[in-house]
Write a protein that binds this ligand. Structure first.
Ligand SMILES: [Zn+2]
Ligand SMILES: [Zn+2]
Length: 144
């Protein structure tokens, strides 16, 4: 990366370690059913990066992959089961979960798929019905 800092990330047990460098393409919270079911949490904090910004530094062969759809290749550590990131080939971006890069200054700017929310969050940030138009969505904003 030409500019920007590098931040360390790892799975729950530390067998898989990686870095992200520079600036993410976007940050926010996803409320979709898929994120909720895969994460077993009510909402998912995401940071989107160009693939070149994400470098696996340890345990690359310890990463499991599952793709229910061609849009999302979900990655986790085979030892601890801890989630790492999700590749979105169609978008050309990798969603690195904010929780696994604890030192990164996560600054969410938007809530996406808020139509599917199970946990309303009144933080004043825009609530997209699905995703922004530039990401192929309706671009419709919902009330908090
Ligand atoms: Zn692990
Ligand atoms: Zn989602």
């Amino acid at each position: 990366m030409v500019n920007g800092k590098t931040y360390e990330g790892s799975c729950f047990c530390g067998a898989v370690q990686f870095t992200v460098s520079g600036e993410p393409a976007g940050m926010g919270y996803c409320h979709c059913d898929s994120c909720r079911r895969w994460s077993a949490g009510p909402v998912n904090a995401f940071t989107l990066w160009n693939p070149a910004a994400v470098q696996i530094s340890r345990g690359a062969d310890n990463i499991g992959t599952y793709n229910k759809t061609p849009y999302s290749y979900r990655k986790w550590c085979k030892t601890c089961g801890g989630h790492l990131f999700t590749e979105h080939p169609e978008m050309g971006l990798i969603d690195v979960y904010a929780a696994v890069i604890p030192d990164f200054p996560y600054q969410p700017g938007v809530h996406v798929h808020y139509e599917e929310t199970r946990l309303q969050i009144k933080d004043g940030l825009p609530k997209m019905k699905d995703v922004p138009k530039e990401m192929g969505g309706s671009g419709i904003t919902l009330a908090e």
